[in-house]
Design a protein around this ligand. Sequence first.
Ligand code: GLN
Length: 199
Amino acid sequence: MSDARVGLLAFQGDYEAHGKALARTGIASITIVEVRRLSDLESVDALIIPGGESTVMGMLLERFGMFEALKTRIKEGLPVFATCAGLILLAKNIEGSEQTRLGVLDVTVLRNAYGRQIDSFHSPVRTSISHIGIIDGVFIRAPKITALGEGVDVIATHRDEPVMVRQGSIVAATFHPELLPDAPLHRWFIQSFLSKTQG
Ligand code: GLN
């Protein structure tokens, strides 16, 4: 069977760290694809949207004619793992912002929600994935999820607030799981959503 093709949205941000995290999962049957144009997007079986700057990613998706195609693929069930700015890009509502967003994830987010003076911090994150449990969350100018729509499940919390959610085949985190040494959430994402990699 051919490998599952996992895309990294590669306009800007920390997509390379996600590529390295995928490699650290040790799952051999995936091919990593840097996605910068429509044909790349069409070729992938799943997509990672990294942290970075959500306004820039939204603008570049439009400029390269990929915005509507990505929205359609996600609505049709493309598995997506988004972190930080990626989560903001997927969100339906962004408090106090009119910025371009895909609007496919039924949450409200507040950008830079931990205050300007707190640029980044580490803190334990409790996941509901039994074999993963508690992990070290790295938050970098992180957003907060301030409201959840119906059909959105909370997968991880920090101080009882949701920091990772799932709606259908969309998984999104406010923190940076690509910085974990053993990449457990990347392994979980691949094994949960890409049947080609099982067995
Ligand atoms: N504050 C950034 C944004 O709004 C997100 C920060 C990050 O991705 N580390 O896009």
